[in-house]
Design a binder for this molecule. Structure first.
Ligand code: PRP
Length: 180
């Protein structure tokens, strides 16, 4: 049903699995002497954090925040809101934020600054997708699965009007779907 709305597959299921293995191995190595706090940003992080966590061989903690900037459309509004905050302190923690995409950079810049303000020791970002041509503020994620062009993508956590997050790959939506 969902597939008929997809113009092309950008990152396949198999590629996502390979990315998770590669980034998981890197994180296991880079954080080997620590017990990091892995923070997923809801809702987009859910499928990716699910596959990534199993590839990180460390003692770690998991927490979630809900931060929203898009409000369902295809364009960022420039406004970032904290809809659900962390329930635990971050003081002196090494934090790994897991995201589906870095686009304008506003969400990750704000969350990173907030966590440092609250006393985090280090904050790094792992993202399945990076869209550097979408940047409106300077932000460079430390761990990137795939760099993508400036296209509107859905699937594997990414939504259009809250749908398509459950597509098992990342694809480009047919323009007629959002030009309706
Ligand atoms: C998406 C995505 C990132 C953010 C990236 O979240 O999951 O958090 O936008 O965009 P930016 O770099 O332009 O800030 P969204 O706000 O759509 O919420 P969602 O995760 O619930 O889809």
């Amino acid at each position: 049903m969902l597939e008929k709305d997809i113009l092309k597959v950008l990152v396949s299921r198999e590629e996502i699995k390979e990315i998770a293995v590669k980034l998981g191995n890197q994180l296991t190595e880079d954080y080997k002497d620590t017990e990091p706090l892995v923070i997923g940003l809801l809702n987009g992080c859910v499928p990716f954090i699910g596959v990534l966590l199993g590839e990180i061989d460390l003692y770690l903690d998991i927490a979630f925040m809900d931060v929203s900037s898009y409000h369902g459309g295809t364009q960022t509004t420039g406004e970032v809101k904290i809809l659900m905050d962390l329930q635990i302190p971050v003081t002196d923690r090494d934090i790994i934020i897991v995201e589906d995409i870095v686009d304008s950079g506003r969400t990750l810049k704000l969350v990173t600054e907030l966590l440092y303000f609250r006393g985090a020791k280090s904050v790094k970002v792992v993202t399945l997708l990076d869209k550097p041509l979408g940047r409106e503020v300077e932000f460079v994620p430390e761990y990137v699965g795939v760099t993508i062009p400036k296209e509107f993508v859905v699937g594997f956590g990414l939504d259009y009007e809250d749908k398509y997050r459950n597509l098992p790959y990342v694809g480009v939506l047919k323009p007629e779907v959002y030009n309706k």
